[in-house]
Structure formats: structure tokens, C-alpha cells
Design a protein around this ligand. Structure first.
Ligand code: AMP
Length: 506
């Protein structure tokens, strides 16, 4: 099928040709004709599938007829992050260049006055992140009663970031009679529930994720002592032909630390995370895209959807806490059929997080060594992990295993949209060069990391204290974790409590 078969106007087709697209992607083939008929769409598609053009192209044609009134946008697109919102705005500019549509971008961190001025002029397309939009609605600066088309993009990401209550409130301000296009990379039950609430007789479209990262991205995993991760990164950057690279950290704080460290070592780096002012974020991204800086140290705010042409490398300075973030991160390179390379730098304690990734992508990440550094083995060692939490506060950096995100609410206010991982692991502290404390744990059997290793039973370890808890009617199940979990001690049972007590006369 060709673009001309989809029912788009000659102007939009011209813009598509100007963009250099020759064939529609599967989501475009399926979505565009349906959107043009005015029907709701429930799209299960990730970024990289071409879904943005899948909704923007027909929207441009639908909105071409009609004019917007002041402060009453005719369409609304909700995006979870400012970067994605800005990217969709760019798409509208690219594809709408032969039309006279007014567009406004409402994202946290930008001046209210500028945004309000634009709204006053009347906008056909309003692209917003939920927090900033709600602010403006609450301050009476905007009316959504004229919105004819609503797009909710990256719904599962909205859920992860705690934006769903905001989205529900926003939808409450919209007219019932409208067209709704709802996109999500995954369809967990909570997302289904929302889709059912927001959509009316939608056409369901599901497309395969973009080419698996393995196809275009050469992946490698290096395992080094936690204290040698920065050295490993520097050596890898020097050894590789890095044209431009994103270096991902799990936490914003570590983005700053690593960025400063790289600059100190003479690398040409910039930093990007959700606590930075929006103007600075935009400027940083522009500089990086323009090739003015070779390295972008970033949090996961840069992992989804960002389209940086010809990125040669992705480095995961931290193993992502959520396995799916790995796919998004390394998907920044190897785009549009180009080849790319990713290196994930793991500490031995990251075994479980790495195993979660290999389980998700269905293959092992090939191991690589760093010239001059000793390679370590990944371990899955729960006791060490638990104790490591305390050791971590003194300088070591063990990771917690992948955990489901707490559905905490985050707003993308001027303070910055939070992109912190939901359950952050204790991290390496700047300047602390002490070696991590190696805790000898005779009870726990270290398991070499394999996906099967995750499922392997750990030795049962019923302590007398736990037995006593059971006898007293306390919670006692089959798993060791449960047996040792005593209210008030978290998941760590101090050893002295586990020792049998010799009672007088007993
Ligand atoms: P998206 O999934 O919307 O983030 O799009 C991912 C990338 O695919 C963007 O760089 C788009 O410019 C590009 N793209 C979208 N549609 C097409 C197409 N039909 N042919 C080639 N590239 C496309």
C-alpha cells in the first residue's frame, strides 16, 4: 500500500514526500484511513513504529476545515514527557507545513505568559503534558469544550509516571462527543479499563514492536566492580569509535555526577534530566542533536521516543531497574536501519536486573571485557543484596532487582518532571573511592546469572524465631522470604534473633 491509497490530501502527501517517506508503516496503513472516517482508535504500538505520523497526518486533514476560537483548542494531544510533546509538535510542523494550522505546546518549565499568548490567538492543535495543562485549566486560562479530537499517547508510560488521575480529570473537561485516539505500547488491565472509559466503539489496531533491538543494535555487557564503572565507561568510550552517544544513568543525581566526572576527564559531554529547567533541556538536546557535544548523559527521560539521527552508541552506565527501559534505551541507536552499538555496564550485584532483561529480550547479552580491567561475574545473591542496602549507604552500589513501579503521582510542574526510578537503588557516592564492602554470606548460595537462575530455589532457611512466629499463629508460608519477614524488620532478620534461645530448665 502507498500513501496515496490512504485518503490523505495532496498537501499532506506532499509533506510526506518532502519528509522522504516512501511507504506507510503498518500502523499508518491501518490507522490513517480509520482516523479519517472519524472513528475512535485503540492502538497498541510503541514509538519507532511511525505512530506519530499515524495520527498527525489524518488530524491535519480533519482540522484543515474550520477555525479555532481564542482559548478553545480544537484538538488535544497528551504526552507523558516534555520531550515527546516537543517531538510531536515537530511532527506537526513537518507534516503540516502546507497548511495554516495553529499549534501550541504546553509543557512544564516554559513561560506561562508565552503559552497563554498563543492560546489567546486560538489553536487548532494543543500538545500538552498533563500537569501543565491542568494548571492552566484550573486557572481558567483554557477551555476544552471545543475539542473535537483527543489523542492520548504512550498511555502505559502515563500510568507508570502516575499521570492517570490527571488524565482522567482532563478528559472530564472534554465534550463527550469527540474522536479519541488512544495509544499504548502495552495493554495491561488498568490501561484497558481506561481505554474502555475513554473510547467509543474503537477500531483496535495492534502492530508488532519495531524491529527487535537485536536486529540493528550490537549489544554488549561488561561486568566490573561497582567502583570501576566510571573507569570502565571512560575506557570503552576511548576504545570505541564513538561518533555520538547517550549514556544512561538510573537517577538524576547520578547524571550530574557522571557528567561532571566525564567533563573533568576531558570528555565532550552534556547532561539531560527531568530536574533541569525546560529551556536548558531543550538547549542541551539541540546542542547534542547538532553535534556540538559528543556525549549526552541522561536519565530515562531521554529513553523513550527521542529521535536522534545516526546515534552511534548507547551506554548504560547503570543497568536499568525496569527491563523494558533497556529496550527503550538501546533503541535510541540503530534507528531507521542504521547500525548501532550498546554497552551495558553492570556490577556483580546487578545479576537479577540483567536476568530480567535477558528474559525480556529472549537472549543473553554477549559479554565483553574492558581492556585493563578485571571482569567480574554476575551474581544473584539475595542476602548480599539486602545487606548491601546498608553497605551502599557507606559507598558501595548494589542494585535492587527489577521491581514494578509504584504508581506514585508525579506532576510535570515547573519544578521539573520527575523521571526518577520508582524504587531507586542505593548508588555510588561521588568521590567515595572505598571498595564496596564484600559481605560473606554463608547461608546464601551465590548463583551465576542465567534466566533459569532466577527461578532456582534458594535453600530453605527456617529459623527458630520464624518457627516460633508460626507457632504463635504468625504469618508463615512456604517461601523463605515469608518465613523471615517479621513485622518491624523489613526484609532483614537480625542474626541474633534467629539464634535458638536456651531456656532455663529447657
Ligand atoms: P514514531 O514511532 O512516530 O516515533 O516514528 C519513528 C521514526 O520513524 C521517526 O523518525 C519518523 O520520522 C519515522 N517515520 C515515520 N513514518 C515513516 C515512514 N512512513 N517511512 C519512514 N520513516 C518514517
Amino acid at each position: 500500500m502507498d500513501f496515496v491509497d490512504l485518503g490523505l490530501s495532496p498537501e499532506v502527501l506532499q509533506a510526506v514526500t518532502d519528509a522522504g517517506y516512501t511507504k506507510p508503516t503498518p500502523i499508518q496503513e491501518q490507522a490513517i484511513p480509520v482516523v479519517l472516517t472519524g472513528r475512535d482508535v485503540l492502538g497498541c504500538a510503541q514509538t519507532g513504529t511511525g505512530k506519530t505520523a499515524g495520527f498527525t497526518l489524518p488530524m491535519i486533514d480533519i482540522l484543515a476545515a474550520g477555525r479555532a476560537k481564542a482559548r478553545m483548542p480544537r484538538s488535544l494531544i497528551l504526552e507523558p514527557t516534555r520531550e515527546l510533546a516537543a517531538q510531536v509538535a515537530n511532527s506537526f510542523e513537518t507534516y503540516g507545513k502546507h497548511h495554516k494550522l495553529n499549534m501550541a505546546l504546553l509543557i512544564g518549565g516554559e513561560s506561562f505568559a508565552d503559552q497563554e499568548r498563543k492560546l489567546d490567538r486560538g489553536v487548532d492543535v494543543l500538545i500538552a503534558t498533563p500537569g501543565r495543562l491542568l494548571d492552566l485549566i484550573e486557572r481558567g486560562k483554557i477551555l476544552l469544550s471545543d475539542v473535537k479530537i483527543l489523542v492520548i499517547d504512550e498511555a502505559d508510560r502515563m500510568l507508570d509516571m502516575g499521570f492517570i488521575p490527571d488524565v482522567e480529570r482532563i478528559v472530564g473537561f472534554l465534550p463527550k462527543l469527540r474522536q479519541t485516539l488512544f495509544f499504548s505500547a502495552t495493554m495491561p488491565p488498568e490501561i484497558r479499563r481506561l481505554a474502555d472509559a475513554f473510547l467509543s466503539n474503537p477500531k483496535e489496531i495492534s502492530v508488532a514492536p519495531p524491529a527487535s533491538p537485536a536486529a540493528t543494535v550490537e549489544q554488549a555487557l561488561v561486568v566490573v566492580d561497582a567502583m570501576e564503572k566510571r573507569e570502565a565507561l571512560r575506557r570503552l568510550i576511548r576504545a570505541e569509535q564513538v561518533k555520538n552517544a547517550i549514556i544512561f544513568c538510573n537517577r538524576k543525581r547520578d547524571v550530574d555526577i557522571l557528567y561532571k566526572s566525564l567533563v573533568k576527564h576531558g570528555f565532550d559531554a552534556v547532561a539531560l534530566h527531568g530536574d533541569m529547567a525546560q529551556a536548558k533541556r531543550t538547549e542541551t538536546l539541540e546542542r547534542f542533536k547538532a553535534g556540538e557535544a559528543r556525549l549526552l548523559v541522561a536519565s530515562d527521560v531521554a529513553a523513550r521516543g527521542l529521535d536522534i539521527q545516526g546515534l552511534s552508541h548507547v551506554f548504560n552506565f547503570d543497568v536499568p531497574i525496569h527491563a523494558e527501559d533497556y529496550v527503550h534505551r538501546i533503541g535510541r541507536t540503530g534507528r531507521a536501519g542504521q547500525s548501532g552499538k550498546s554497552f551495558t555496564i553492570a556490577a556483580p550485584e546487578d545479576g537479577r536486573a540483567v536476568a530480567a532483561i535477558t528474559a525480556l529480550i529472549g537472549k543473553e547479552i554477549p559479554l565483553a571485557t574492558v581492556e585493563g580491567l578485571t571482569s567480574e561475574a554476575l551474581v544473584y545473591d539475595d542476602t548480599r543484596r539486602r545487606r548491601g542496602g546498608r553497605a551502599g549507604s557507606r559507598g558501595s552500589a548494589p542494585h535492587r532487582p527489577a521491581a514494578r513501579p509504584a504508581r506514585t503521582r508525579r506532576r510535570d510542574e515547573a519544578s521539573g518532571q520527575s523521571d526518577e526510578p520508582r524504587r531507586a537503588p542505593p548508588r555510588e557516592r561521588a568521590g567515595d573511592r572505598r571498595r564496596p564492602e564484600r559481605i560473606h554470606t554463608p547461608r546464601a548460595e551465590p548463583v551465576r546469572m542465567t534466566p533459569e537462575g532466577m527461578a532456582r530455589e534458594r535453600p530453605a532457611n527456617v529459623t527458630p524465631f520464624a518457627e516460633a512466629v508460626e507457632r504463635r499463629g504468625g504469618r508463615h508460608h512456604d517461601g523463605r522470604e515469608e518465613q523471615q519477614r517479621i513485622v518491624g524488620f523489613g526484609d532483614h532478620l537480625p542474626a541474633f534473633l534467629a539464634r535458638p534461645v536456651r531456656l532455663a530448665g529447657g
